[in-house]
Design a binder for this molecule. Sequence first.
Ligand code: ADP
Ligand code: MG
Length: 654
Amino acid sequence: MTAETFEFQVEASRLLRMMVHSIYSNKDVFLRELVSNASDALDKLRIEALRDDSLDADISDLHIEIETDKDARTLTVRDNGIGMSREEVVGLIGTIAKSGTAEFVRKLEEAQKAGDAGNPASAEALIGQFGVGFYSAFMVADEVTLLTRRAGEEAGTRWTSTGEGTYTIEAVDDAPQGTSVVLRLKPEDTEDRLFDYTAPWKIREIVKRYSDFITWPIRLVEAAPEGNAENAGEAGDAEKGEDGGKPEPETVNSRKALWARPRSEVSDEEYHELYKHISHDWTDPLETIRIHAEGTFEYQALLFLPARPPRDLFSSGRRGVQLYVKRVLIMEECEELVPPYLRFVKGVVDAQDLSLNISREILQQDRHIQLMRRRLAKKVLSTLKEMRTARPEKYAEFWREFGAVVKEGLLNDPDNRDAILAASSFASTHDAEGTTTLQEYVERMKEGQEHIFYLTGPSRSAVESSPHMEAFRDKGLEVLILTDPVDEVWVDAVPEFQGRTLRSIARGEAEFGTEEEKEREKAERERQREEYAGLLAWLAERLGDEVKDVRLSSRLTVSPACVVSDSGDATPGLRNMLRAMGQEMPEDKRILEINPGHPLITGLRTAHADRPSDPGLEGMAELVHGMALLAEGGLPGDPARFTRLLAERLERSL
Ligand code: ADP
Ligand code: MG
């Protein structure tokens, strides 16, 4: 049969080129990736066979085989798993159908140019986010041949490439079930003892290091010496043993389930390699969490908090943890075991008493699944809380990447609200760099302070320079600085924390201080209200179409005016967010607050009292309102008109 030649998708080809001209210091990981793929393929076949009795596949001896061949200078990784159809080979191996590939490749090339490529951690972190394990074969091989046949299908496919822009595909009649990947090793490596991947000791060492926990047997065989080559080949042959003249295959992995072994017997590295296999990430996890539940419903779990978010954290992607029943993987991505706001958690749950062929529909209702889900969520949250005090740097790193996701739970997991709040941290005016917890905030509250104050906005600097902050800064009242989009929403869903309500400083009347101070303030306000009655009425009339009310402010010290939302109304940030989500949001009119201590406002009061019908005052109301909108990062209703009015004023002042 003739082979057809295809071109790699552009991004795939660029990525490959980088692999070929290796950017890693540690090339050994190519084998980890191929073994991980083989293991996934065996898992998939077992799961599919479990679901579908009619699947024409042999599952009697599922295993991985690694064959070294010194004479041919090849290394072969074989599995008798699910295999791939021709379409799958083209789709999965020839293209990278993940969003943002182009962007990713650009970053990687930049890193390489900047000399950062010498730093394997940064390159691996980037690759890890993308998960392009198969291509890592080209770090050590100058030609890769993949022969595969999907379980249940007749025809096999051979794929070959040197990693330089094109690959060939050919139909094969007699391919064994599963996949074999043959690497023609780069000659320079074979000469270097350290990189001699045809040496059995080297393979043994790599497997032990990276893949020991793989549940399938990984067998190591050496190809028969030259002249005997026609006997070498298909998976299974190696089993024949003595009479075939071949050595008995050696199983090189211990296959021990890490989650079932006592903590003291497992090294951090072993946990980390399991994480990498499950998550397809190349970076160590930040935290490993173990759960051993005993009693009537027994299960073990090993959960990991990744260091970096996957690319698809906010879109659909790999979700959930692996579900095992008595050491047998029955579901690769069991979403039912972790709530959506913990969707970044990776790991394994192994239950003793679940049915092996439990369906998704039943899973959702299963009492035991619910029980585990609750326990897992609680354990992750309590670990976060503990991390914050015990390992603050790790916690900060975690929170920077995943905090916005965790806070989604404040909206949709009311049962765990307190635990989520306890695990959360927030930027605050108390500390220019670090974060605070609500607990710490409450402990620092001033005498007479009833509320936990916060302000939402697009960035820390925008929030800090907002006019709403002025009086709070003056009085030394701490304000939480909330800048994640989700912050606009959860603050309304959380009624209180330890009896203190959360209060936006850009909404409603600003009230603070002791009872005494409040009384004094109130009296002062009464007096001023009389003084300003004329100006307030005039402004309200002029701006009637745009604002709900005009009043004197107690939150301003240096700005002339600001706009605030009414107590029950949505803040502009929330409004924008809901609009972006496609929700109809009628425009609520807001309230203009003016600062009776500001010379512009006192001047305006005098001018208005002296010459109430001066046409020169006409535009002033709009200017004051427009400035207030600009100060909070918004725009005047009619920016062109605002600019014209301002230009006229400036002209007159020259
Ligand atoms: P990832 O494993 O993160 O998906 P890879 O580049 O390692 O990325 O593999 C790409 C895809 O190719 C896999 O998701 C799988 O669908 C397919 N694949 C790779 N190796 C095998 C194999 N040995 N058997 C079956 N499918 C495989
Ligand atoms: Mg892979």
